[in-house]
Ligand binder design. Structure first.
Ligand code: RB5
Length: 147
C-alpha cells in the first residue's frame, strides 16, 4: 500500500483532516503526525517531523499544512532532498509533479481555494514526473542546496 506522511500546525486542523480522509479513502496508508487540536504549535517543528519521518523511507510523498501553507512549505524546503510545492490550483498541482518532481505538497488551511483541495491533491498524485529536460532542471535545483 502506498504510504504518505502528513503533518500540520493549528492553522490547518480541519483541512488536514479532510485531506487525510481523502487519502485514506483512496487507499493510502497515512502516517499522521498531527496536530488535530487548535493548540498553538510552530510550523517549522511540524515540517521537520514530517521530513524526518519521510526520510525513514517507504513513503511516496508528504503532505504538510499550516494557515497559509507558506511557512511549513518554506521550512520543509530548507531540509535536504525536499521539493515541497504549494500549488494554488489543480493546474499547478499537476505541474509540480510533472515538471518539478515535488515530493511534498503543502496546503493552507486559511486559504480560500477556488478548487477543492482534494481535487488539487488528486492532480498531484495522479500526475507523473516527465523527466527529460525537467530532470536536468530538477538536478540543477537540487544542486542549489547548501549555497
Ligand atoms: C500560524 O498562526 C500561522 O502563522 C501559520 O499557520 C502559517 O500560516 C505560517 O506560514
Amino acid at each position: 500500500m502506498a504510504k504518505v506522511v502528513m503533518a500540520n500546525d493549528h492553522g490547518a486542523v480541519e483541512l488536514a483532516a479532510k485531506l487525510k480522509k481523502h487519502l485514506e479513502d483512496r487507499g493510502f496508508d497515512v502516517t499522521y503526525l498531527g496536530v488535530s487540536t487548535p493548540d498553538s504549535v510552530d510550523y517549522p517543528d511540524k515540517a521537520q517531523e514530517a521530513v524526518e519521518e519521510f526520510r525513514k523511507g517507504g513513503y511516496d510523498f508528504g503532505v504538510v499544512c499550516c494557515g497559509t501553507g507558506i511557512g511549513i512549505s518554506i521550512s520543509a524546503n530548507k531540509m535536504n532532498g525536499i521539493r515541497c510545492a504549494l500549488p494554488q490550483n489543480i493546474y499547478a498541482a499537476e505541474k509540480c509533479k510533472q515538471h518539478n518532481n515535488a515530493n511534498f505538497i503543502a496546503f493552507g488551511g486559511r486559504i480560500e481555494y477556488q478548487e477543492d483541495p482534494n481535487a488539487i491533491l488528486d492532480a498531484y498524485i495522479d500526475a507523473a514526473f516527465e523527466g527529460g529536460r525537467h530532470e536536468r532542471r530538477v538536478g540543477k535545483m537540487m544542486a542549489l542546496e547548501g549555497k
